[in-house]
Design a protein around this ligand. Structure first.
Ligand SMILES: [Zn+2]
Length: 211
């Protein structure tokens, strides 16, 4: 009884054509929520309100987990992009990149687990580009730009395409929160990066004076 949304993991009643949590179209043939025999008799005996209440709790629970995963990923990856911008002394690219990442993650609707993997993989690919940039001696602003581009591509990749106007309220607000979160954590990362860069510069200078 029910279809689990492949994007946000929320269990939906059979009659729903689109996900009650995120608005994604539900495919009845692909995923069915319960292992029928074991669970059904117990649920069938309970009054309808109890079942409905349990479903609401389950929905809220998986939504909270998903929001939690989103927040962790935005915080960590935005911090990393901000940090890269600070280290190479391109704070603006770091912070704007972090905000963009926050938007990409929060605008995209996909399952919590996929969210956890996506942007970090992009960060990894971006890092390979940064190493190439270092070898080729490319301009410094490209480091945060590479990280941003790849993290955003992987964050968006595999998400469902639900037009903004048919989304549920939470999924309409989410991009706003995500972008703000990305900006704030990018700012923090950038501050740390700038600090590291100043320490490094002074240390190098100090060592040069010694030698
Ligand atoms: Zn959904």
């Amino acid at each position: 009884m029910g279809i689990v949304c492949i994007y946000c993991n929320v269990a939906n009643p059979d009659k729903e054509k689109t996900c009650i949590a995120c608005g994604a179209p539900l495919k009845k043939t692909t995923l069915v929520a319960t292992k029928p025999e074991a669970v059904k008799p117990a649920i069938a005996n309970k009054p309808a309100e109890t079942v409905e209440a349990a479903r609401k709790i389950a929905t809220a629970y998986s939504s909270i987990w998903k929001a939690f995963f989103d927040a962790i990923i935005i915080a960590a990856v935005a911090f990393a992009i901000g940090l890269s911008g600070g280290i190479v002394n391109q704070p603006l690219f770091g912070v704007l990149g972090a905000a963009l990442l926050g938007f990409a993650v929060s605008f995209t609707i996909k399952s919590g687990i996929t969210t956890l993997i996506s942007a970090p993989v992009g960060l990894l690919v971006g890092s390979i580009f940064c190493i190439m940039a270092l070898i080729l001696n490319l301009p410094a602003f490209l480091y945060p730009v590479f990280l941003t581009i790849w993290a955003c591509i992987t964050a968006v990749f595999g998400g469902t395409k639900i037009p903004y106007n048919v989304r549920t309220t939470w999924y309409k607000i989410r991009p706003l929160l995500g972008t703000t979160g990305g900006f704030v954590f990018g700012l923090m990362g950038m501050g740390v990066g700038l600090g590291l860069q100043v320490v490094y510069t002074n240390l190098a200078q100090f060592l040069q004076e010694l030698g």
